[in-house]
Design a protein around this ligand. Structure first.
Ligand code: ZN
Length: 146
């Protein structure tokens, strides 16, 4: 209950949200993240009230943002010495309309990391709860497949 309240407070405070359910796209030519890992991350957020569309895998072009899609785009321009993962969002009229997730290849199937970054793509910000997946300095154990 407390977690839920804090979580929704953080979301309403930040005023960033999708106004429709984003599709999830795994860019097959760049991302090493597996469909089943993304599906588990999707279920995590669905269980917390977020709407998400189907997961598809396709070859992506070099375009960063694609309207209506959260893309798993591989490492691309990610500084893998500094980051495990990085998420950018695109906005229109105050809503999130696209997401762009880069994950270091070595961490591409770390479920906690995939779930954390998918949370950012949905508009979820960091929080101060050390045990929470959205804590800024969350330690990513190798949880491939929890
Ligand atoms: Zn983060």
């Amino acid at each position: 209950m407390i977690l839920l309240l804090l979580s929704s407070f953080a979301i309403s405070q930040s005023h960033i949200n999708w106004s429709f359910a984003p599709k999830i796209v795994i860019c097959k030519n760049e991302s090493q993240t597996k469909h089943e890992i993304v599906n588990k991350a999707k279920k995590y957020w669905q269980a917390r009230g977020y709407s998400l569309g189907d997961i598809t895998e396709k070859k992506c072009d070099k375009e960063i943002y694609s309207y209506g899609e959260i893309r798993f785009a591989g490492e691309r321009s990610l500084d893998t010495n500094s980051y495990f993962g990085l998420t950018n969002r695109g906005y229109a009229n105050g809503n999130v309309v696209s997401g762009y997730i880069q994950l270091a290849n070595q961490d591409a199937n770390n479920l906690e990391l995939v779930t954390h970054e998918l949370g950012h793509a949905l508009g979820v910000q960091h929080n101060d709860i050390k045990s929470d997946l959205m804590y800024e300095y969350h330690m990513y154990e190798n949880t491939d497949g929890f």
